[in-house]
Design a protein around this ligand. Structure first.
Ligand SMILES: c1cc(-c2cnc[nH]2)ccn1
Length: 250
């Protein structure tokens, strides 16, 4: 996976390249990241990248030319890396909500160009001319698209083969099977009088699997029933959820 990111603040991306799973994946060449600063694509001495909005109003809008030139440079680099049709994604509150299904689809791409806006956003002609899809990470306004891009990149990198020590853990992540995650425990067995569920100490892997699935189903029912609306339950899952509901004391 090659990420080409258009951003005024490339330094921000050390937040994912310098730590943990994403750092190890970068070192293992599971992905590459190249940042392109629109200021490097300006022609004036002040390296101007924004201007006042037509029609008036607060704030500034990012100029089309530096952005389109940066996107073109990124697409050429993608082409040279063998990705002939990289998807261009604009991170914006107007985008379609990012969910695990979209993350899995995007992780199958060989190259992505991520456009990060600042200020009031980018000139609409940039979107019309060069953006394939707008994506939102939530219904709130950020200071720019960079954090949205990093959230998207982090979730995609976890999907890349070899990124996680134990591939199974990616499948067991929350949302991987459309459910919230089950509770997790580690040592000590008794912490301030709070103990670990016996089943997790039993060594009975079949029972442990059933307990974890039941807890994931029950949590999803309690906290995010909307996710269950979209999910067909197996006979086992339906029975486990029914048991959870009958045992749940409101
Ligand atoms: C993605 C991007 C944004 C955003 C970009 N610029 C200001 N907010 C908000 C939510 N998801």
């Amino acid at each position: 996976m090659r990420f080409d990111v258009i951003t005024l603040f490339p330094e921000m991306f050390s937040a994912i390249t310098d730590f943990g799973i994403n750092r190890r994946a970068l070192e293992k060449d599971l992905y590459a990241l190249h940042c392109w600063n629109p200021r490097d694509f300006t022609a004036d001495n002040y390296r101007t990248i924004d201007d006042r909005p037509y029609g008036g109003g607060p704030g500034m809008v990012m100029l089309p030319e530096p952005l389109l030139a940066a996107i073109e440079a990124a697409k050429v680099a993608q082409n040279q890396a063998g990705n002939l049709a990289p998807k261009v994604i604009y991170l914006s509150p107007q985008g379609q909500p990012l969910d695990q299904a979209a993350v899995k689809q995007l992780s199958a791409c060989s190259g992505l160009v991520l456009l990060c806006g600042r200020y009031e956003g980018v000139d609409e002609r940039v979107i019309k001319h060069s953006v394939d899809v707008e994506v939102s990470i939530g219904d709130y306004v950020l200071s720019g698209g960079e954090l949205g891009a990093m959230v998207m990149m982090d979730s995609i990198i976890r999907q890349l083969p070899g990124a996680l020590n134990h591939n199974l853990s990616a499948q067991q992540d929350s949302f991987e099977d459309g459910l919230l995650d089950c509770p997790h425990y580690t040592r000590p067995e008794d912490y301030r009088g709070m103990t670990v569920p016996d089943v997790l100490l039993s060594g009975n892997h079949a029972e442990i699997r059933r307990w974890r699935l039941k807890q994931a189903l029950g949590r999803t029912w309690l906290r995010r029933p909307d996710l269950l609306d979209q999910r067909v339950l197996s006979k086992e899952e339906a029975r486990l959820l029914s048991d959870f509901k009958s045992e749940h004391i409101t």
